[in-house]
Ligand binder design. Structure first.
Ligand SMILES: [Zn+2]
Length: 155
């Protein structure tokens, strides 16, 4: 699908070296609209919403912050570790404001699966439905993410 000039500008912000060293697109050659639409369809198939996924990510991050860099066990199901580094990141969608460089590592103790995401990822999922491109170091495949977060469809 063709995309607007605005989306082209946003997609340029996602290239390596623009906001983050590795960028947010990995080896994905699709345009940003298509990346977002495909992941949106995956989230709908799961019976979830970007909002509900982001809410669980934020909840686990907040619980994990208590550990000050050490693992925290949450609800007996998750080991969560939050690491902060200096500096802040802007949203590539050109929102105002900056996001702490905070990295959240989640281990789902039931499945052994783990995933790492940043506070910017939470925002990009919640506001933009963006899970990063295929092959990106912080790509958050919606199916895998939902499974690690222990999310099941809303009844
Ligand atoms: Zn944004």
């Amino acid at each position: 699908m063709k995309q607007s000039v605005e989306y082209n500008i946003i997609q340029n912000n996602m290239q390596p070296g623009a906001i983050t060293r590795d960028g947010m697109l990995g080896h994905d050659r699709r345009n940003l609209r298509d990346i977002i639409e495909t992941d949106d369809a995956a989230v709908r198939r799961l019976g979830l919403t970007h909002i509900s996924i982001a809410a669980r990510m934020r909840e686990l991050r907040d619980a994990g912050r208590e550990g000050l860099g050490e693992n925290v066990t949450v609800s007996g199901r998750f080991d969560v570790r939050v690491d902060s580094v200096r500096g802040k990141l802007p949203c590539p969608f050109r929102h105002e404001g900056l996001f702490d460089k905070e990295f959240v590592e989640i281990l789902n103790r039931d499945t052994g699966a783990r995933m790492t995401f940043s506070t910017l990822n939470i925002h990009m999922i919640e506001e933009h439905g963006f899970y990063e491109g295929l092959g990106s170091p912080f790509r958050l495949d919606p199916d895998l993410l939902a499974s690690v977060l222990g999310l099941t469809p809303d009844p």
